[in-house]
Write a protein that binds this ligand. Structure first.
Ligand code: HAM
Length: 574
């Protein structure tokens, strides 16, 4: 709910803009799919495709059939039970098993636990191999997993994900080495986009971990898994029950274990990097080279195997501070072959999914302090569900028509306007506006009506001894609104650069913050100079100086350009 939803909308807007600039188009896959889709792709031996999958039987025919089998089973059972309860149990079990196994696949459905499989299904169903390749798609939406809820881990959660799918053409099979290098550039570009995304969101302190798990053949991961199994069997006694169970089902997953007592033994296990086939090793080296080229920082983590079956070669995860044990804010990897597994042509794939809930949590953790310190200059902020830019006050029955028109005109220009009901007393409007954190009100009184002039009232003055009321011409009201908006955008852009830096918390003044940002090398000195040129004019205008001067027009034009520049600034590089 608001105001938290502002953060959600904000990160989603950044995703839409950024992903589209990298050539991705949005796809909205369904929330309900056949259970089979996930069993096949994610795998039934994994948590996500197994015990955590919300699946059920969904067909009137099947439901009816099941009920009748149950009914019959019960009837027979009750008769049998008089003589033999073991036989009754057996009968019930048969009845249940019989139902499920004989159902057509389309009758068994699931709430999606992830969307990669759905995107691949759409690629096959819509014959996207006939489109120009690669096909780049992204999605934002809820996913469902029957997990044990805790901080950052929910049963319904949102993901922002993207997938790149590339049909394997016959041409490309001729020169496999070149092909691997080309693939590596895609891996690196996806990771570059991801890190830019987190940066634009203002998330600091992230770490990108990468690994290669090779591909599933006897001369690559196959041989490694066999070796791992043998070694794990030797140290079985030192492992907990979960890992012991995984030795046979999914030995790679043992590497994922966080159990303290197992760590010394796991660290001594053979490493996948030493068993990659020449192709996979070359691909992994090329990925690292491409990442260096793009100045994307990473750490290698040989234990990063991921919990879904479809991965091959590159796997990656991004962690973020302030999340506790559920600190993975994004996961992904390469999955060549998944489309084929789902009935499509040979296709390569790579993608990721960001946990949006975790992203927001982490952003809140890192900027909470900073936001609080600025709240002192923004009374009311953070307590209201929405914070309008301006209030239109003095809406007596006589001036109501004018107020409505004024509000409409301001809203058309993108301002958020608080317009109380007709006949609301002036003092009540001010009180309500104060609670909403609105900083200025435009008074519509009898005078305004006659002369087409308005009075602007500063509700929460930063400098108490300045006049609080000043007149503006009708046309200038819109100009004033633009100045207020620009001042807020500038503040937001600077706060983004400071996010995650607790030592900048104490800066209550924007001008001081600018200096500290330069000291910390988060803002180039040249841009700081520009902010200092623009900011005083904006401040003076908001606090009563004439709107007529050229400097206001200049500040508005220059300020807008500046905000744009600041929003695109990469604070890490700067
Ligand atoms: P995943 O690692 O299972 O990968 O999930 C990706 C991200 O979703 C996680 O890093 C985490 O931030 C978030 N997430 C997962 N489970 C939960 C939960 N229960 N509560 C809150 N957040 C959660 C995938 O889903 C793959 N489909 C990613 C991918 C796309 N691989 C290739 N393409």
């Amino acid at each position: 709910m608001p105001p938290e939803t502002y953060s959600w909308v904000n990160v989603e807007r950044i995703a839409h803009d950024l992903f589209q600039s990298f050539g991705f188009g949005e796809i909205r896959p369904p929330v309900i799919e056949t259970a089979e889709l996930f069993e096949k792709s994610v795998g039934t031996d994994t948590d996500v495709g197994g015990k955590e999958l919300y699946n059920w039987v969904d067909s009137p025919r099947a439901n009816k059939a099941m009920k009748s089998v149950r009914w019959k089973g019960k009837m027979t059972a009750s008769k049998v039970s008089q003589r033999d309860s073991a036989a009754r149990l057996e009968l019930e079990r048969e009845a249940d098993a019989g139902d499920f196994d004989t159902l057509p696949e389309s009758d068994r459905v699931a709430l999606r636990p992830e969307a990669t499989a759905s995107v691949c299904r759409a690629y096959v169903g819509h014959e996207m191999q006939n489109l120009p390749q690669p096909v780049k798609l992204y999605y934002i939406g809820p996913m469902f997993r029957r997990e044990r809820p805790q901080k950052g881990r929910f049963r319904e959660f949102y993901q922002i994900g993207a997938e790149v799918l590339d049909n394997v053409s016959t041409d490309s099979r001729k020169d496999p080495t070149k092909e691997l290098e080309k693939d590596a550039t895609v891996d690196a570009e996806v990771l570059e986009m991801l890190m830019t995304f987190f940066d634009k969101c203002g998330l600091r302190g992230t770490t990108l971990y990468i690994n290669s798990i090779g591909h599933n053949s006897p001369n690559c991961r196959g041989a490694y898994v066999e070796k791992l199994k043998t070694e794990l069997t030797k140290i079985k006694d030192k492992l907990g029950p979960d890992s012991q169970r995984r030795i046979d089902i999914n030995p790679l997953r043992v590497l994922d274990s966080k159990l303290e007592s197992e760590q010394p033994s796991i660290e001594l296990l053979p490493r996948v990097a030493d068993h990659l086939c020449p192709d996979c090793a070359a691909h992994y080296s090329a990925v690292k080279r491409e990442l260096d080229l793009r100045a994307v920082k990473y750490e290698e983590n040989w234990r990063l195997v991921r919990g879904l079956d479809y991965y091959m070669r590159t796997t990656f995860e991004i962690t973020s501070p302030g999340l506790g044990s559920q600190n993975a804010v994004c996961g992904g990897g390469r999955y060549d072959g998944l489309v084929e597994l789902l009935g499509g042509p040979p296709t390569k794939g790579i993608g990721f999914a960001i946990g949006e809930d975790r992203l927001i949590l982490s952003l809140q953790e890192s900027s909470a302090e900073l936001q609080n310190s600025f709240d002192e200059t923004l009374p009311g902020f953070g307590t209201a569900l929405q914070r309008p830019d301006v209030a239109v006050a003095g809406t007596s029955t006589e001036t109501w028509d004018k107020a409505v028109q004024l509000a409409a005109s301001l809203r058309k220009r993108g301002l958020s306007v608080f317009l109380p009901r007709s006949g609301t007393k002036l003092q009540r409007v001010f009180d309500a506006a104060h609670r909403l954190g609105v900083r200025v009100a435009i008074l519509v009184g009898e005078n305004e009506l006659k002369q087409n002039d308005y009075v602007i009232r500063v509700l929460n003055p930063l400098v108490p001894d300045r006049p609080r009321d000043f007149p503006v011409k009708t046309d200038d009201v819109v100009l004033f609104g633009k100045i207020v908006k620009l001042r807020q955008a500038l503040e937001r852009a600077l706060l983004r650069l400071a996010a995650g830096k607790p030592e900048l918390d104490s800066q209550r003044s924007m001008l001081l913050l600018v200096d500290r940002l330069v000291e910390k090398k988060l803002l180039p000195a040249k841009m700081a100079g520009a902010v200092k040129d623009v900011l005083p004019t904006l401040n003076r205008t908001i606090h009563g100086e004439s709107l007529a001067s050229d400097s206001v027009q200049w500040a508005l034009a220059y300020g807008n350009l500046l905000v744009n520049e600041l929003e695109n600034l990469n604070p890490v590089e700067s």
